[in-house]
Design a protein around this ligand. Structure first.
Ligand code: FES
Length: 88
């Protein structure tokens, strides 16, 4: 996950509708933080994740999370106990 680098080290907070999403890890998407297919032909494969119901998610932007694509606090940010960081 070392390709994710927004120089912030902060999770990206989003409220997502139910559906399947692909988290860009190459950093070249024009639809960040989501993949737009720009990586094709490259070595990076986006991370697929699914949201079952409308909810707030915190996506890792530093590349240090052990629970990609979600932030797990390795960046130093303390997430609320209500934050969603499911295992995938
Ligand atoms: S943003 Fe990467 S662990 Fe929090």
């Amino acid at each position: 996950m070392s390709q994710i680098n927004n120089n912030a080290g902060m999770p990206i907070a989003l409220t997502l509708e139910p559906g399947v999403y692909y988290r860009c890890i190459c950093g070249r998407s024009e639809n960040l933080p989501f993949c737009d297919g720009y990586h094709q032909g490259g070595e990076h494969i986006p991370i697929r994740f699914e949201v079952k119901e409308r909810e707030r998610v915190y996506l890792c932007s530093c590349g240090e999370s052990n629970n990609q694509p979600y932030c797990d606090g390795n960046c130093g940010v303390e997430l609320s106990t209500r934050a969603r960081t499911p295992r995938i």
